[in-house]
Design a binder for this molecule. Structure first.
Ligand code: FAD
Length: 503
């Protein structure tokens, strides 16, 4: 919480700083040459305002990826839904750009287009209110995935969330949102029933299926407003127990592994509702000093041992390491290295670009070609990318496909695999940035050519940022037209255009 005294001092200091910079950056004037006491007076007592001179500011703007980050001059932490309404109207009145944040894991480089403005940090809006019939919940717009999972779990309930414990719930959900339970229920966004949202014009409205905006908010939702809360479907906890088999292979088996995955789950079969498969490539010299390994995770719900029909074909290939575990849904984050304690949940200062692509199936030849590039990049002595990770996510798609292709702005329900290299590096300057871009783009192009499906299909929530709106939201003209019409109607000035903007 800020003290009124501290806030006044901060405002004066900021004013002094700004006078010096007005000539060089006239836009900066619009951020500071305003009376923040006017904003403060309109906010609830549980709201906070942070200026750069005071410590909470630094912690409030730090992001998971340090590449092309937004420039923030002031952070406002709303305490209530109406505070969001107040701050958007204040920003509009003074022509100040603003950006909502929840989990701070957004990394698309279009965020860097924000060259000044207010961060509206939604973390205090983290309530979960379960309806009396137990079928829906009102969920705060700033809640983290893990917090939502835990609150529902206590009530013996669950819903589809992102898998990583530290990402926001709505950050992923507005761009569709993949999670362990999607095989049953569809995407995170398929659970949404209504949104309480502050729109670009400052109005505070509820959007449900009767509004044209409802379709766009589910898949391209970062473009239209700030969601203070969402009403979403929730479900009884029917299969709390889970089992996982982790097999770590030599990279020599790259073709056979993905051929098998195709045969078992994609080309000759489908991934059952309660099964998910991920694989990671990474260099771990303690296992193989010469090349990156391939770790396969086969995760099954409602069992204590993963069914041998899924594991035996892989075990027959002879993994270097094989481990079986069982526990509950709550263990999945730790088993797959994405719990609150794991690396991906820490802010390291690294740049973390990804180059995502959706694919219908694996192309084993393309996988092998990309593996070679990845091997060179992670093992050569002078490479800055030795900590890179290549992710292949094979979620169950049944619940996603059951919804029908056109129900939302998410265009890629017919795809089965989400792949992305994560080229984590220490951001030492443009040379390494360009090297990462070149390598990531090259690897993605090989997979894209191997998939041979035409327009690149990229998950907006993993996107690098150089992709086009047709790659994020689908190339069919009707999709682009519908999104452009919504954008023109609800955000004609492009106030919500820092994250995967619709053209
Ligand atoms: C380690 C890691 C694991 C991931 N795991 C998954 C996963 O399992 N499934 C998946 O689908 N994706 C996953 N992602 C991708 C994830 O969807 C995006 O990174 C997403 O942007 C993260 O949202 P956030 O709230 O954490 O980040 P933020 O940077 O806080 O938010 C991202 C953007 O969302 C918008 N936003 C957030 N909250 C609101 C709101 N209430 N109203 C309006 N706009 C809002 C803003 O435009 C903001 O710029 C993962 C990413 C990482 C880094």
């Amino acid at each position: 919480m800020y003290s009124l005294f501290g806030w006044k001092v901060a405002a004066l200091l900021v004013g002094a700083n700004v006078i010096a910079s007005l000539c060089s950056n006239p836009l900066a004037h619009s951020t500071y040459d305003v009376n923040y006491s006017e904003l403060k007076q309109g906010l609830s007592s549980s709201a906070s305002i942070y200026f750069p001179e005071y410590e909470p500011f630094g912690a409030a703007v730090i992001r998971w990826s340090n590449l092309s980050t937004p420039t923030i001059n002031v952070v406002v932490v709303p305490g209530t839904d109406s505070d969001v309404f107040v701050v958007v109207n204040f920003a509009n009145k003074h022509h100040i750009p603003f950006l909502a944040t929840s989990g701070m894991h957004g990394s698309i480089n279009t965020l860097g287009r924000m060259d000044h403005g207010i961060e509206i940090r939604l973390n205090q809006l983290d309530g979960v209110d379960i309806s009396t019939d137990g079928k829906t919940a009102r969920i705060g717009g700033g809640i983290q995935s893990k917090s939502l999972i835990d609150k529902l779990w206590t009530a013996r309930k669950q819903t589809v969330t992102g898998t990583c414990e530290c990402v926001g719930y709505l950050g992923p959900g507005l761009g569709d949102g993949h999670g362990w339970l999607q095989g049953h229920y569809g995407l995170v966004s398929d659970q949404f029933i209504s949104f309480d949202i502050v729109l670009a014009n400052g109005s505070f409205v509820t959007v449900d299926e009767n509004s044209d905006l409802f379709w766009g908010l589910k898949g391209a939702g970062h473009n239209f407003g700030i969601i203070t809360s969402v009403k979403a479907k929730i479900y009884d906890l029917t299969h709390p127990n889970y089992a996982i088999d982790t097999m770590v292979f030599s990279g020599d088996y790259v073709k056979q592994i993905y051929q098998l995955a195709n045969e078992l789950w994609v080309v000759n079969g489908t991934m059952p509702d309660g099964l998910n498969n991920w694989s990671y490539w990474y260099y771990d010299p303690t296992i193989d000093s010469e090349k990156p390994v391939i770790a396969m995770y086969i995760i099954e719900e409602g069992v204590n041992v993963v069914n041998a029909t899924h594991t035996k074909p892989f075990l027959d290939l002879g993994p270097l390491i094989h481990q079986s575990k069982n526990g509950t849904y709550l263990d999945l984050g730790q088993w797959t290295g994405i719990s609150l304690q794991d690396g991906p949940c820490q802010e390291t200062g690294n740049a973390n670009p990804r180059f995502p692509i959706y694919m219908k199936q694996y192309n084993p030849d393309a996988q092998a070609q990309v593996y070679e590039l990845f091997r060179n990049a992670t093992t050569s002595d002078s490479s800055p990318f030795s900590d890179a990770l290549f992710m292949f996510e094979g979620y169950s798609q049944n619940g996603v496909k059951a919804q029908g292709n056109d129900v939302s702005a998410f265009a890629y329900r017919s795809e089965n695999i989400l792949a992305a290299p994560l080229l984590t590096y220490v951001p030492t300057g443009p040379a390494v940035e360009q090297a990462a871009y070149k390598l990531g783009s090259k690897m993605r192009t090989i997979l894209d050519q191997g998939a041979n499906e035409g327009n690149l299909k990229a998950y907006v929530n993993y996107a690098y940022g150089d992709e086009t709106a047709t790659s994020w939201y689908g190339s069919q003209p009707w999709r682009q037209d519908r999104l452009r019409t919504l954008k023109q109607k609800y955000d004609p000035m492009g106030k919500f255009s820092f994250y995967g903007p619709i053209d």
